[in-house]
Ligand binder design. Structure first.
Ligand code: NAD
Length: 475
């Protein structure tokens, strides 16, 4: 590409590029706010009018710590605005970030690329001056090369446009810090001119010493999916080992601590439990499986298949433990579920293991009372038939069984004696291996975990027929 229209030849005098961000969901809203914080005039574009109205009013339609403050700040400074007009945004901007969704295709493991194709085409056909199109969405390898064809086809003649890929590694719950201070920056396919522009955009994190990997398109695309595949594999690995711990009486948490001291392994993503979920890992490993199959990379297919199966199996394990714990049936039993989000510090329930287990128990006839500090509303939209409690104490009132399915601080730090006074039966399944078990046992609770030995049980307030045996023998 040539330099943006507004640029003069002198890097010292040329104005900073204006940024457009196409798609203002979890990724795009955060990226747009971060671009404004880094000093760029930024315009967010979306097709969802409700989302745009909320963001324009400084409200974030999802829970992400620190993001509302950043958006409010820069809507007020005028550095950040939102529009539904792709034409206006593209005409005003020089660098266009594609941040739309790439969900799993219905009826397939493949990624649905309709949104990235439509967004790329939208940018290309509205270009009025040279532009750099920067893909951030997570896409299967080979996608960006194909999108370059769309850019060539739809960019008005005489206008210079280039597309590069710059995958995003932010974590929900820590998205603001991750975007402002990323642990690495990766982009692929950049010409010398594009490389200079993207380095200017990321000048602040680069100045902080953030490593830059500038590579080819295919490598950039694959870095992102490989990172998610590796994290998913780590979780499924420890969950597979937790099954052996459960059989032998070994303690998977101590085991993970010991493994983690080896710096080649590390302790992160080695928490055995209910497994991974959310809007990224599950669909990304399935998209990788699908793409690997298309490319004939059979070993990747087999590995990811195992990772996915182990992960989904953890949900079955918790459902089975719940049934056992209640003496063989959950029908009409009161089950308090703490947690609906796929992890703490988010209200995201996309492919959430917690919500999946809650819904499965509800469908087996249990009276499920669910509480999540942030995700009650998003969960209700997906599963309106569950009962949503207004607080943790409200959820556990009279419960025959408590399930801890998301490791929110609120439940990790809860007073087991106070909760024990409210339940019908002091029985808890710690599906995230996050509770201070000794405290709970001391308060009279029977605690069961995934791969940690069952401690000496407390005395449940009341125990349904058959449940005592199950409690004593099952793990
Ligand atoms: P999301 O569903 O929250 O947001 C996508 C947004 O794009 C929606 O607001 C939608 O209305 C909008 N959109 C769709 N088509 C559009 C179009 N043609 N023009 C303008 N807007 C359009 O999804 P997300 O979680 O933000 O994920 C987006 C991408 O980022 C995905 O590829 C995802 O894998 C990747 N990603 C997400 C995260 C994360 O933590 N959520 C992290 C890294 C990468």
């Amino acid at each position: 590409m040539t330099a943006p229209k507004k640029a003069s030849t002198s890097p010292d005098t040329r104005p900073a590029p204006v940024i457009s961000v196409i798609g203002t969901g979890y990724l795009g809203a955060t990226h747009a706010a971060a671009m404004a914080e880094m000093g760029f005039d930024t315009i967010g574009v979306d097709v969802d009018p409700a989302k745009l109205a909320a963001l324009s009013a400084g409200e974030v339609p999802f829970y992400e710590p620190g993001l509302p403050e950043l958006i409010t700040k820069h809507v007020a400074t005028g550095k950040l605005r939102f529009t539904d007009s792709m034409a206006d945004a593209v005409a005003a901007a020089d660098v266009h970030f594609i941040c739309v969704g790439t969900p799993q295709k219905a009826g397939s493991h493949a990624a649905n690329l309709a949104y990235v194709e439509s967004a790329t085409r939208g940018v290309a056909e509205h270009l009025t001056h040279p532009g750099l199109i920067v893909g951030k969405s997570t896409v299967p390898v080979g996608t960006a090369e194909r999108l370059r064809g769309i850019v060539r086809e739809f960019t008005p003649s005489g206008i210079d446009a280039e597309l590069i890929w710059n995958p995003e590694f932010l974590r929900e719950g820590k998205a603001v810090a991750d975007t402002l201070h990323p642990d690495r920056l990766v982009w692929g396919g950049a010409s010398a001119a594009a490389d200079a522009v993207i380095r200017e955009v990321y000048a602040a994190p680069i100045a902080e010493g953030t490593p830059v990997v500038s590579t080819d398109l295919a490598t950039a695309e694959l870095v992102k999916v490989s990172a998610n595949a590796f994290l998913a594999t780590k979780i499924s690995f420890i969950n597979a080992i937790s099954e052996m711990c459960a059989i032998t009486g070994a303690d998977v948490t101590t085991l993970a601590d010991a493994l983690g001291h080896d710096e080649r392994i590390g302790r992160k993503f080695l928490n055995a439990g209910l497994g991974f979920g959310g809007g990224c890992l599950p669909k990304d490993i399935r998209a990788l499986m699908h793409r690997a199959g298309e490319l004939g990379a059979g070993r990747v297919v087999g590995l990811m298949q195992q990772v996915d199966e182990i992960n989904m199996g953890q949900r079955e394990r918790v459902i089975d433990m719940s049934i056992e714990s209640l003496g063989g049936s959950v029908l009409n039993r009161r089950i308090a579920v703490i947690g609906a989000a796929f992890k703490p510090l988010t209200d995201d329930v996309r492919d959430s293991p917690a919500l999946n287990v809650a819904a499965a128990l509800h469908l087996r006839g249990a009276q499920v009372s669910l509480w999540d500090p942030e995700a009650n509303d998003t969960a209700r939209r997906s599963f309106p038939t569950l009962t949503y409690a207004t607080s943790m104490t409200d959820a556990v009132e009279g419960a025959d069984l408590v399930l801890v399915l998301t490791e929110w601080d609120e439940v990790v730090g809860a007073d087991p004696a106070a909760l024990g006074a409210l339940v019908g039966r002091r029985s808890v399944i710690d599906a995230r291996n996050c509770l201070p078990v000794a405290n709970w046992v001391e308060a009279g609770w029977s605690v069961r975990s995934l791969g940690r030995p069952t401690p000496v049980t407390g005395a449940p307030v009341s125990v349904a027929a058959g449940a005592a045996d199950a409690l004593a023998t099952a793990r």
